[in-house]
Design a protein. Sequence first.
Length: 806
Amino acid sequence: MAEDFMKPAPKGTYEPIGAATLQDHDGNSLRLKAGTTTVEVAVLADGVFRIGAFPNGRNFRYDTPATDGHEPVAPGSVAIEETDGGYTLKSGGASVGVALNPLRISFTDTTGLTFCADDGELGMGFFRTPGANVFTKPLGDAVKLNKQREAGERTFGCGQRSGPLDKSGTRQTFYNADPPEGHTDSMDNLYSSTPFTLTLKDGRAHGLLFDNPSRSVFDLGKETPGINSYESLGGDLIYYVFAGPTPKDVLRQYTEVTGRTPLPPMWALGNQQCRWSYETADEVREIAHQMRERDIPCDVVYLDIDYMDGFRVFTWDEEAFPKHRELLAELKADGFDVVAIVDPGVKVDENYPVYVEGREKGYFVRTAVNEEYQNAVWPGVCAFPDFASEAVRKWWGENHRQMLEDGISGIWCDMNEPSLFVPHQSTMPDDAVHNSGARSIRHGEIHNAYGQLMVKGVREGLLDIAPDRRPFVISRSGYAGLQRHAMQWMGDNSSWWEHLYMAMPQLMNVGLSGVAHAGVDIGGFFDDTTGELLARFTEFGVFQPFCRNHSVKGSENQEPWAFGEPYESVCRAMISLRMRLLPHFYTLFEESHRTGAPIMRPLLFEYPEDAKTYAADDEFLLGESVLVAPITKPGIEHRHVYLPKGTWFHYWTCERFDGEQHILAHAPLGQPAVYLKANTALPLGPVRMNTKELTDAPLTYLVYSAEGEGTATLYEDAGDGYAQESGEYARRTIRTRAADGATTITIEEREGTFVPERSLAIVDVRGIERPSEVTVNGERHDFDYEDGALKVRFPESASEAVIKAR
Ligand code: GLC
């Protein structure tokens, strides 16, 4: 008998929601009743729809960590029309159609295409188990949504994944875990879960967020080719649909609901060096010294877990790091910011104030029988803060005050799935209880958001402590909306060629899932890297939004100089190129902050109408204009590249190519295959050892010119703080036009009040013959022409500059 009681209940029988009746409506939503389930259909913004089904008489609530209760402002003009057997809600040209008997929901985009239609038979519903109780089914009934999958649909996104870019025909599990070493395609769920898909069909895009932070599974046409299903272990059935119709629209709509990446401080875009661990103050000094000595730009060095006293968070090992404030001040003076790791586990130790205070205030997660939940992590037995509670998040955030005052610049949040050691690399049980907040929550209900709630607390804490600075917070784990609080690094990859390849589809899908600021460990974390792998990894890594070299304890050192020549020179050149690219990166960060567009983009993001881009896994775009195709195999110098529509120039040789073409790129070590789009000026800064180094060196607008025209943007501001919000920024549009033997580059008037340090700019034009004349604003001007490059230096002011070469 007792045994029966302990056995988990079977999943139960799926019961689709049947006939529904209208209860009431307001300007932008309908409320329907189907048995004991209430369903709400709402238009949140043009092209943004939300459906909520709340079983068993439960109240409406949408304040999951995906949105934190934030709702876009509903459009003023939603037209609600009665149809034969239901209703449509129309806004901005897209609509949601509701059939009442049985309740089935479908959507139409602005081009008239119907998508995301409920499966006629299965619709949405719940798994019922007669006799189940809170012990056998702690999360209640599992929920499921079944949508028709159209022939030819391709599905992308799904957050952090191994395997290819295109997730069509697969099953994807969303359950945050610290996976075993050596991520492979057969590993489904990793550290973070973003239950969001971006779908393309015939060039048109739409998105779907299945907002449930408990364990979830998407079946994207694997079990039944004509069905996409979305299922969670319990909770409410809430989903959002984004009508596109372009991938850019979908990302804008998705991030209107889940938030956008805040502008990071400029130093966080610089090169970063990490290792588990630089174990003493002198070791950290030496790394910093080597960077400067060897002329390798570097902005950040890291402190991994060994800086702490017995891995107690918010403490210092006074022996290994005596006078740590002096160390941090010294590093700062040399242009280094220091980022320190903080894990969620708090060592159970009666003499450790953080633990004692947390326990006394009841701030730790409890077990099902109301004891403190404990498990082992690095410090030994630990308790785990209940980040679901606002008070706990505030307390946790405040605990970083001393670190910031001591001179730490950023916080790296790790192990926050949470990862636990008993059993090895397990996580918290579903029946653990979060009861320090407004309501008591089973861990399983919010498992996928535990790490996200941690970094929410950290970001808010850093903002309280240093309100004039932009927080820099890194997270390993996350849920939909992570981008509001932290950037995401991909955890423990390996020093394998396969993982250099995997980084691309992984980061592209993360970007398509709203997290624009992301990156993998350069060189690979586990295992020993080699000189060639490190060099090739760096050739790729400097193009990531986050550029950090990191490796596991006990592995071969893999700092840029670790393998001697020619690898050190390749790493130096690549990291210097990253430094040059920062004005472009920063412009893309600002665009992402405004629109939700990824920084590292799959080709399909810009060319959705070209189905050949859908399988482009191992090349990517930085914004619109820079295409990068890294070498991901040892011993080779050639690789295939697909160039999309337009005219492209090889960065190193200036060779010109027409797009919509497969080509073979030659990419010897030190010259990764990089192509620039014609007539799209690329702003390049000077090489500095760090981003804080003051310089008035000129900015270069690099333009590859070809018959036709194009535009580009440059965005600048102070690189930290918030003055840009009151207009202290500088944005300018750069137009390039090549026609009738003349190339004209118009650097339009500066928008905003920020004034960059420099006084000179250089226009560097490739792809043209030596001109007989160059004018700047109509006046003849000096120029250099060498090796096919035209260089025009001119004083840069806030007003428009027109540079014409003929
Ligand atoms: C985890 C992290 C890794 C870190 C290590 C020690 O494995 O993913 O980056 O170095 O813990 O803190």
